[in-house]
Design a protein around this ligand. Structure first.
Ligand code: HEC
Ligand code: HEC
Length: 287
């Protein structure tokens, strides 16, 4: 009789514990990812404080979309769910961060304490040249330091579930595994470079679009002739004469500052990429 009571009691306890098992797993799993520390790679970049460097930096910060998240004055901005996160106040950090700390945050997704950043799209900047990072730093350092450092992000239940299931990954991991856009040789290198840092944040660094289907792969340029593409970049008109929800405001805020000699190679690269045979077709032809 007592035996039955003990077993019965244990069964009731086990049933009561079930609702806590899944949350405990999510919490432990996400906590171990949030606690990760990384090796800080060396950085030899120093801010380019020349007049030319600062001017180039101001342009890059706009074209690469830093102002889109960190705010037009770079003093930080609250971003949406699932993580309660603010894009950092970069003008408070200029007092605290050395050039190499900035470089590692931008291109590697790493904080100075060797933990990973979140939501910061370092995977789109991992291939940015040293000289351009130097210009961005020259511009940041030329701005008046302002405000207080941004509080750390908070990870609620939904965010932790996404982390535990691998749907939300540390910026450092994404930067480490990011492949570049397809290389079509030196003739197209300039256009490819612009595409990666100016378009990659949304269209993916490989330019194949976003997995959720909300941003198309850039093979859509097949629908554009050269002058229609200029009109998309400068005025936001699509090839079929529409204003687009995201691209049209972006043209007016960002891309209209692209020079002819930047839009031209960008278009050449994107169309060459869209029309190039795939790796399978090439190896097939060799066999
Ligand atoms: C999609 C939005 C987004 C874009 C675009 C973006 N950032 Fe960030 N950035 C963030 C967020 C969010 C954080 C804070 C991450 C955190 O606290 O984990 C951040 C953090 C940083 C940090 C580290 C700050 C710290 O507290 O250690 C630096 C430096 C930085 N960004 C610079 C840049 C620069 C420069 C660019 C453009 C080349 C840029 N970011 C583009 C969202 C963005
Ligand atoms: C902030 C995110 C973002 C960035 C940065 C961005 N795009 Fe887009 N792009 C989108 C979205 C979203 C769409 C889907 C249409 C829309 O909502 O505007 C799109 C659509 C397009 C289209 C298809 C338009 C059509 O005819 O339907 C082209 C072409 C394009 N983008 C080119 C570019 C190029 C080139 C760059 C870089 C210079 C770029 N985009 C940068 C988000 C972005």
């Amino acid at each position: 009789m007592t035996r039955w009571l003990i077993w019965g009691g244990l069964a009731v306890l086990a049933a009561l514990a079930v609702p806590y098992v899944q949350p405990a797993y999510v919490w432990l799993q996400s906590e171990s990812i949030l606690d990760r520390r990384y090796t800080l790679p060396r950085s030899l970049v120093t801010a380019d404080a020349s007049k030319d460097g600062v001017a180039r930096g101001a342009r890059l910060v706009r074209l690469a979309g830093c102002t889109g998240c960190h705010g037009p004055d770079l003093r930080g901005k609250k971003l949406g769910s699932p993580v309660e996160i603010r894009a950092s106040n970069l003008r408070a950090l200029t007092r605290l961060y050395a050039d190499e700390d900035f470089d590692r945050a931008i291109r590697r997704g790493l904080r100075a304490d060797a933990s990973s950043l979140w939501v910061m799209p370092s995977q789109a900047y991992v291939y940015v040249h040293d000289s351009d990072i130097a210009a961005v730093l020259g511009y940041l350092r030329a701005l008046r330091p302002d405000g207080a450092p941004t509080p750390r992000p908070k990870f609620g239940r939904t965010a932790r579930e996404e982390i535990a299931h691998g749907d939300l990954q540390p910026a450092a991991d994404l930067a480490q595994t990011q492949m570049p856009a397809r290389d079509l040789g030196p003739h197209y290198a300039g256009g490819r470079y612009i595409a990666m840092f100016a378009c990659g944040v949304c269209h993916g660094t490989e330019l194949d679009g976003a997995v959720d289907g909300k941003v198309p792969g850039l093979n859509v340029v097949n629908r554009y002739n050269r002058s229609q593409f200029f009109s998309l970049m400068r005025k936001g008109w699509s090839a079929d004469g529409r204003q687009l929800k995201v691209m049209s405001p972006l043209a007016k805020q960002r891309f209209h500052i692209l020079m002819d000699w930047e839009i031209d190679p960008l278009y050449s690269y994107l169309t060459a990429r869209a029309q190039a045979p795939t790796a399978d077709q090439i190896t097939g032809a060799i066999r």
